[in-house]
Write a new protein. Structure first.
Lengths: 519, 327
């Protein structure tokens, strides 16, 4: 027994020394569905994908992940020319060519088994041609100023290996001929990905020689793994652990404002809604949420500061619109939403509901952090102005279908603002639902404004950045006046690391080891 | 009844159970909602949605989907996971070794710790230590696994820094799967989750052994053996323990099955990459092929374990053999 204890201690010290200063072990929240970078547009898949693959264009020019294009020019409104970096090579030594780009954008349209496809990002592309091995001509079917932004999300895979590769080949590592800063060492599904630095890499070489991704979905387990020294960094720190981690002198917390917004989507369905009744429980003959004054009353009855501070424990910043301050499309003139109970009551009375009504709001259970807790607080604020509100917490598997079918009176959605600019939400959350135009896929409240749609169209065909931003800001004003959605807060990105490490955020919400540096 | 007929009947029963299960899962998951809504990313358009519904075959009526599933199952094809785009059975078999070694480690701990303690408590019921053991076993039943797991991590990993807090250690490959128990690193990772998972079982074994021993000690054949002048050790080994083992084996067999199938709490606290976590995620994502395949694997496991238990039973208790022969 004594021998065992000694040998265990010995082994522990051996392992401790084996973890050299050049290794980084990262505890992740989001799982990955595969190592095929074009299979699914999931957060976890992106985190791993960025280690191996670069896209043609940058997500963030200041960010730590390189991109393949040296420069790009717009030849005419539907023709783009991209120059690929001369030194960009695959890990097997062959150069990255225009053919690889063309192959990647063709494959991404139809990856077998893909459920969250990247197809949408290449939708406007009509053709991709190789002018010479290092020059790509991309023609679009409509003028699309956002093409470089769209392409920054689509990873480029190699033609010579990828042509015959299936998702299984990527998972087994057979097809992982990469052009990114790291190479695959091993992948154990559901557990870890181990990668080593690509010493032949054409871009800036990152600090860490070996990086291990550990998948620890349970927030308490993730915190414990950091405290026990099993991992060096964790992402998406549980808000309930935040305080104790801040007080722990072996750990540093790194929190920064993020892009992801939590919104409420009131239902614009004119038919009576089963989740809205009068105080006695009888259905109302028309949906009161159709009245702008009622929506505005609900909007200003919420004390957002209190929710961000107390419910989210400082893990969020208050939102006045869908984009956070300082981003492309944020409208500084649309100020903070004032918390005003008296005016809310007056507005309700003016709209013909002096005594209020009964409302049931819906929120998915696990999907959006702290959303059920925030919803409970909101229900109390609304009850205070006479709108007696109940919260129903529903598993996401049930919720998503019903929310999508516009069955709820008040739906909750967290929107990632993945492209880092305002039109993404306008297209998906705010645009009038239209299959032909591909708009409003997550417009669960069925908000519809002709003015907003006109501005969206104008913004998505405007090549001048300054003008485009002005248009998006106008759209913010339109939606705010309409109260088309009720913005609540933006989630912060919170990492925690052992002392001596620094995590630098990125304008997108990605979480990659290249963001981690030693102090 | 010959063993052959008995076995055949057992297998037939299992097939019926699997069929019934698959119907329940199909219909049940159909009513919960559509996997499409869960799987699609929020930015996908209505067109993407329709395409995915078609790709997954969800545009067909549920009974046609079921018939299609049966036909391909008969061809040995259990379907591909919606989420991972990998054959469902491959996915489960990849994760199952991790769960199996965890469950067996917990079972071994339960027997190694539980039987001696239970024996002692049963033989010396008035000894203060025995009382402590009996009372203490209540804790094993009543403390929530989740909480104990976190406590173990806090004490042994965070405070003392002795053992890793999460994940599976180094693995070696044999029998076509990755196993972690033959390596030192693997064992270190295995200790805490195995203790956590075994806690309930240890308590159960203690109580079962104790009550079994108390019952047997008072019986005539034990008295007779004692009168015959047999050594106390021999009485305990041959007469008391052997008779106590019979109910114990039955319960442990069933318990092993449910541990393998539902080790999910321990797996998620210790980030153990086992099948329990997979099935939970799959249910949440309405990943039907994985859930159906998993239930199939679990039913097969249960049937096999029950079979082994029955065989052990026949070895341990001669009455079963004779009774079985006469039936």
């Amino acid at each position: 027994m004594k021998h065992l204890a000694i040998s265990t201690a010995l082994a522990a010290s051996l392992i401790a020394t084996a973890v050299a200063a050049q290794d980084l072990r990262f505890g992740y929240t989001d799982p990955i569905s595969s190592l095929d970078p074009q299979l699914n547009n999931h957060a976890g898949d992106h985190n791993a994908g960025q280690m191996f693959w670069a896209a043609l264009t940058p997500k963030d020019t200041k960010g730590p992940v390189p991109w393949l294009a040296e420069s790009w020019t717009l030849i005419d409104p539907t023709t783009w020319e991209f120059k690929i970096r001369d030194n960009a090579n695959w890990s097997d030594g062959t150069p990255v060519t225009a053919d690889d780009i063309a192959f990647s954008y063709a494959r991404v349209r139809d990856v077998p088994g893909s459920v969250a496809s990247f197809r949408g990002f290449v939708r406007t592309i009509a053709s991709v041609e190789a002018k010479d091995p290092k020059t790509v001509i991309i023609k679009t079917n409509v003028p699309n100023p956002l093409l470089p932004t769209n392409l920054s999300t689509v990873y480029v895979v190699s033609k010579h290996v990828g042509e015959t590769a299936t998702t299984e080949d990527y998972n087994s590592g057979k097809a992982l001929i990469t052009q990114g800063p790291y190479k695959l060492e091993s992948y154990v599904p559901g557990d870890r990905v181990v990668m080593t630095r690509n010493e032949e890499f054409w871009g800036t070489r990152p600090e860490w020689k070996t990086v291990t991704f550990r998948y620890i979905a349970n927030p308490a387990a993730r915190t414990a793994a950091l405290l026990a020294g099993d991992v060096d960094v964790i992402d998406k720190v549980s808000l309930s652990d935040l305080q104790s981690l801040r007080e722990n002198d072996k750990v540093t917390v790194h929190d920064y404002p993020g892009l992801r917004v939590l919104l409420l989507q009131p239902s614009f369905n004119p038919a009576p809604n089963p989740f809205i009744t009068d105080k006695a429980g009888k259905p109302l003959d028309k949906n009161p949420l159709l009245d702008q004054r009622v929506r505005e009353a609900l909007n200003i009855a919420i004390n957002r500061d209190l929710i961000a501070d107390r419910v989210l424990r400082g893990g969020a910043t208050v939102a006045s619109q869908w984009m956070p301050e300082g981003t492309f499309g944020y409208d500084p003139e649309t100020g903070p939403i004032a918390f005003d109970v008296d005016r809310a009551k007056a507005l309700l009375a003016e709209a013909g509901y002096p005594d209020g009504f009964k409302l049931t709001m819906h929120v998915p259970g696990e999907r959006y952090p702290m959303a059920p807790e925030a919803a409970q607080a909101i229900a109390q604020f609304w009850t205070r102005i006479g709108v007696e509100t109940q919260v129903e917490v529903v598993p996401f598997s049930v919720y998503s279908g019903k929310a999508n079918a516009n069955e709820y009176a008040m739906a909750t959605i967290a929107w990632g603002n993945g492209t880092g600019e305002g039109t993404y939400a306008m297209t998906t959350i705010l645009g009038t639902v239209s299959k032909e135009k591909g708009l409003g896929a997550s417009n669960w409240g069925r908000y519809s404004s002709a003015e907003h749609d006109r501005l969206l169209e104008a913004a998505t065909s405007e090549f001048d950045d300054a003008k485009r931003e002005a248009i998006i800001r106008d759209a913010v004003k339109v939606v705010s006046k309409d109260v088309g959605v009720i913005p609540l807060f933006h989630y912060k990105n919170i990492w925690a690391s052992r002392k001596g490490l620094k995590v630098t955020p990125w304008t997108s919400d990605r979480s990659v080891p290249m963001q981690v540096t030693s102090e | 009844m010959t063993t052959g007929v008995w076995l055949l009947r057992r297998i037939l029963q299992a097939v019926l159970v699997v069929l019934a299960m698959s119907v329940i899962v199909f219909v049940g998951m159909h009513f919960v909602g559509s996997p499409v809504d869960v799987l699609l990313s929020q930015e996908s358009t209505l067109e993407d949605r329709e395409r995915l519904i078609r790709d997954l075959g969800l545009d067909q009526p549920i009974w046609i989907q079921y018939v299609n599933f049966l036909v391909s199952a008969l061809h040995g094809e259990m379907g591909r996971s919606f989420v991972y785009n990998t054959p469902a059975v491959t996915l489960i078999l990849q994760r199952l070794p991790a769960t199996l070694e965890l469950a067996f480690a917990a079972l071994i701990l339960a027997v190694v710790i539980g039987v001696p303690l239970g024996l002692f408590a049963g033989l010396k019921p008035n000894n203060p230590l025995a009382r402590l053991i009996t009372t203490g076993s209540i804790l094993g039943f009543s403390l929530p696994t989740f909480w104990v797991g976190l406590l173990l991590i806090m004490v042994f990993s965070v405070q003392m820094g002795l053992l890793p807090a999460s994940g599976r250690g180094e693995t070696v490959r044999f029998l076509g799967a990755e196993w972690s128990f033959p390596t030192l690193d693997g064992l270190r990772h295995l200790i805490l989750p195995a203790i956590n998972l075994s806690l309930f079982k240890v308590s159960m074994v203690i109580r079962l052994t104790r009550s079994g021993v108390r019952e047997v000690v008072a019986l005539d054949y034990v008295k007779f053996a004692r009168a015959k002048g047999l050594s106390p050790l021999r009485i305990v080994r041959m007469h008391i323990l052997r008779n106590t083992m019979i109910p114990l084996v039955t319960v442990l067999g069933l318990e092993l099955g449910s541990t393998i199938a539902f080790a999910v709490v321990t797996e998620s606290i210790f980030a153990w990459p086992g099948a329990g976590k997979l099935i939970l995620d799959s249910i949440n994502a309405l990943d039907r092929p994985v859930v159906v395949a998993y239930l199939l694997v679990v039913v097969t496991l249960f049937v096999t374990i029950n079979l082994i238990v029955d065989i052990l039973y026949r070895i341990l208790d001669p009455r079963v053999r004779i009774g079985g022969g006469a039936r």
